[in-house]
Ligand binder design. Structure first.
Ligand SMILES: Nc1ncnc2c1ncn2[C@@H]1O[C@H](COP(=O)(O)OP(=O)(O)OP(=O)(O)O)[C@@H](O)[C@H]1O
Ligand SMILES: [Mg+2]
Length: 450
């Protein structure tokens, strides 16, 4: 039984309606609704079900044997390697290097496993040019240039690889649907068919997705729910550093990062990432903090510039931390250090524009701001860790021990941290001078006295 059915799908949020609206009722975006015709199959077709429910303790507890992506940084972001049968979505801005990293990885994996690289965007010759530039070796790497989903599925079934790559999901199409490649319904339908294929045949699948103009990965969130792991490849086209950041991971911790450098011969892993985001200068307005990115501590510089304002409303801008966080820190300084900041513009930027989500960077931001305002360099060779509470107290930080260990590894001599309960001092005797503080005023008196 098959007939044509028309539905109206918002290209912004993916919601479906049975009639056209100029404005989406779900996300309120204008002119985002597009008619899509799909062939209707009866929902109640007879399904032969050979599967039965079983008691929980009868499930065999197999240990997952992951295989390496060829990059230690990539493996860590994946939670320790690629899980057979898993689906990974790799997203990123155009030209950031998605095809480069997967091609390098495919070459390395193919030395031990059967790999299929499906290129839907570029011709075989174009991929060959990149392959030669990357100077890769391979043993069992096959490449297939196709955009038709049925042909792609057929080829994957025929070859039965351990690892398959789709470059990219926006370029392939399901010919049973009339909408164009890249539309919400195409992306969703193709991904769900590929996901079933991966699960049924125990094939690890990596799907590349473009970031849409409003920053969403491969369209609406529905796709992120479908896959096991979502990884974002970040960076800018000016600096050569690239960051892999896991946003969702069913097989590992989230917010794990991997750092690479884009060179002429491809991406190179950076084994000592703290060196990328710190300068070790002792000048006013610059401090170093140690944040927690996934399971890894990372040292990052925080720079502040505080100037008398010429505007009726002082300017506040940030790079790498949220603007709301800056407003909150400025309010805490005004109230609890007693410095009127409403007459000053304030600019804050992290080293290399690195995006910090760990609130324990607050203390570093506050000291940088006051250091710039007073024009006094902070305590030499030091690092600042602690979240600022609204009452001016410095709150506990996650994984303080690993952060102090990272500071020791980097040769930092002084570290200002919130009061801790366990006896940490004994472990670091003679290695680093740890100053425990309980509020912002104490931190300022200790770090910014001439
Ligand atoms: N000869 C080269 N030397 C250094 N870097 C290069 C060279 N050629 C390409 N690159 C880098 O590779 C990037 C393109 O990589 P790639 O094609 O893998 O990106 P992509 O994310 O797959 O792009 P798209 O979204 O268009 O598919 C360029 O932006 C550039 O940074
Ligand atoms: Mg590409």
């Amino acid at each position: 039984m098959s007939s044509k059915l028309s539905t109206f799908i918002c290209q912004n949020c993916g919601s479906e309606t049975s009639q056209y609206f100029g404005r989406c009722l779900n996300c309120n975006s204008w002119n985002s609704i597009v008619e899509e015709i799909k062939s209707k199959r009866s929902k109640y077709q007879e399904i032969k079900n050979s599967k039965k429910s079983i008691p929980f303790n009868e499930i065999s507890s197999k240990k997952i044997s992951r295989f390496t992506s060829g990059f230690m940084e990539f493996d860590r972001v994946l939670g320790g390697g690629i899980v057979p049968g898993s689906v990974v979505l790799l997203g990123g801005e155009p030209g950031i290097g998605k095809s480069t990293i997967v091609l390098q990885s495919a070459g390395k994996i193919s030395l031990n496993e059967k790999v299929l690289y499906i290129t839907a965007e570029e011709s075989l010759e174009q991929v060959k040019i990149r392959w030669e530039r990357l100077n890769q070796n391979s043993i069992d790497l096959k490449i297939f240039a196709e955009t038709n989903l049925s042909l792609i599925i057929e080829e994957i079934k025929r070859l039965n690889p351990s690892f398959a790559i789709i470059d990219s999901i926006q370029a392939i199409h399901n010919h049973e649907m009339e909408s164009s490649p890249g539309s919400v319904s195409q992306v969703r339908a193709c991904s769900s068919e590929l996901q079933n294929l991966a699960k049924d045949n125990n094939i690890a699948l990596l799907i590349i997705g473009h970031v849409t103009k409003d920053g969403a990965l491969a369209g609406p969130k529905t796709l992120e729910h479908l896959v096991d792991t979502v990884i974002n490849f970040e960076g800018d086209n000016i600096s050569s550093h690239r960051l892999l950041r896991s946003i969702k991971n069913r097989f590992g911790s989230t917010f794990e990062i991997g750092i690479f450098e884009m060179l002429e011969h491809g991406l190179r892993e950076i084994k000592n990432p703290s060196s990328v985001f710190t300068n070790k200068e002792n000048i006013s307005g610059v401090t170093t903090t140690i944040t927690n990115e996934g399971t890894r501590p990372l040292a990052v510089d925080i720079q502040a510039l505080v100037n008398k304002t010429f505007y009726s409303n002082p300017r506040r801008t940030t790079t790498g931390i949220s603007i709301n966080r800056l407003h909150q820190i400025l309010a805490v300084i005004e109230k609890h250090v007693g410095i009127k900041l409403s007459e000053f513009d304030c600019y804050v930027a992290t080293g290399g524009g690195f995006e910090i989500n760990d609130p324990s960077s607050d203390l570093g931001v506050a000291i940088s701001i006051l250091s710039s305002l007073k024009n006094i360099p902070p305590l030499a060779n030091s690092s600042f860790i602690g979240e600022l509470g609204l009452s001016g107290q410095v709150r506990k930080s996650n994984n303080l021990r690993t952060k102090i260990e990272e500071a020791v590894r980097l040769g930092i001599k002084n570290i200002v941290v919130p009061k801790f309960e366990e006896e940490l001092n004994n472990n670091f005797q003679n290695l680093i001078n740890i100053k425990e503080i309980s509020n912002i005023k104490e931190a300022v008196d200790y770090s910014l006295s001439k």
